[in-house]
Design a protein around this ligand. Structure first.
Ligand code: NDP
Length: 297
């Protein structure tokens, strides 16, 4: 039997219409228009593409988006000065500094310079610490938060479930594990985290009621690694050579989709899964930040 397809694209569209309603209400209710500043340093084409997508999505939902593009030789002091200005700017509620930064700039120092209340990307050490200790007000990193939203909205609340996360990166696996064990909606799961030192990966992934894969290896998770009926979320995102196709390449995830969909109970595709949820979460957290700023004025 073929798995239920969890479409991040459809869930993201549903969230967008809810968010647009909130954004439209904000000027009357709180006297603010949500503002998101994206800062891009250098010419990395992938970074330009990601930032462009984020600004386009923000603009569509009535968010004031300010894209600041700086040359690759921008000094660290200039960048820190810019961040300080955005921290103090009442029109800006969310700040995203696109990574990676050029080698001569200390990324950690720049992230730490962002006001945690505007850290809608969730990478400031205060945000990371609050997530890890499940305390205080913070924004989690967008990709894992998008995964949780996807699970809950598709009827697969992780509460009480055995969840296996493959990958322990700071942007996906590790914060996802922290979100899953929170005593909060979307949390309360029992979590195992796998990485490259995990012996017999298949034995562990087969134990999962919910399997979230963020390995960064195209189509590595095969049907024999999945428990029949399990829910599988594929975070992976790749462009691989495909001489048989018109373009000479195709897009895929970390999961061998055609095979796993015959075993899993539910499965998210890639593309069209976690990607759209990541961008949505950034916008959602910018709106939340504006609402918080409006309430505290
Ligand atoms: P990283 O490369 O930072 O982390 C990969 C993780 O997988 C590491 O923890 C690594 O273990 C583990 N791993 C690698 N090989 C194996 C293996 N053979 N067995 C078990 N574990 C293994 O990747 P990211 O977390 O940054 O990204 C993962 C994927 O998600 C990528 O495809 C990326 O493109 C995609 N992605 C998609 C996003 C979206 O919005 N759609 C956003 C972010 C990422 P170890 O720590 O031991 O090295």
């Amino acid at each position: 039997m073929s798995a239920q397809i969890i479409s991040g694209r459809d869930i993201a569209a549903e969230i967008r219409s809810e968010l647009t309603a909130r954004t439209v209400a904000l000027p009357d209710e709180h006297g603010v228009v949500p503002g998101l500043a994206t800062v891009l340093v250098g010419d990395d084409p992938a970074s330009h593409m990601y930032v462009g997508m984020k600004n386009k999505a923000a603009g569509k939902m009535g968010i004031h988006s300010r894209q600041i593009t700086l040359p690759a030789d921008t000094s660290e002091a200039e960048l820190l000065g810019l961040v300080a200005g955005l921290n103090a700017d009442p029109q800006i509620h969310g700040i995203l500094v696109q990574l990676p930064l050029p080698d001569h700039i200390d990324e950690g120092g720049v992230i730490e310079a962002i006001d945690p209340s505007k850290d809608v990307d969730g990478f400031h050490p205060i945000s990371v610490g609050r997530l890890a200790t499940d305390s205080g007000v913070f924004f989690p990193p967008c990709t894992p938060a998008g995964v949780i939203e996807m699970l809950v909205r598709s009827g697969h609340d992780p509460a009480g479930k055995l969840v296996v996360v493959v990958g322990r990166s700071n942007i996906v696996g590790r914060p996802l594990a922290s979100l899953l064990i929170r005593k909060a909606p979307g949390g309360n799961a029992t979590v195992t985290v796998c990485h490259s030192w995990t012996p017999d990966l298949g034995a562990v992934t087969r134990s999962a009621e919910i399997l979230v894969v963020a390995i960064g290896r195209p189509e590595m998770i095969t049907a024999d690694m999945v428990q029949p009926g399990a829910v599988v979320i594929d975070v992976g995102s790749h462009r691989i050579d495909d001489p048989g196709s018109e373009k000479g390449y195709r897009l895929c995830g970390d999961v061998l989709f055609d095979e796993v969909k015959e075993v899993a109970g539910a499965l998210s595709p890639s593309p069209g899964g976690v990607g759209p949820m990541t961008i949505n979460t950034l916008i959602m957290q910018s709106v939340e930040s504006a609402e918080q700023a409006g309430r505290s004025d």
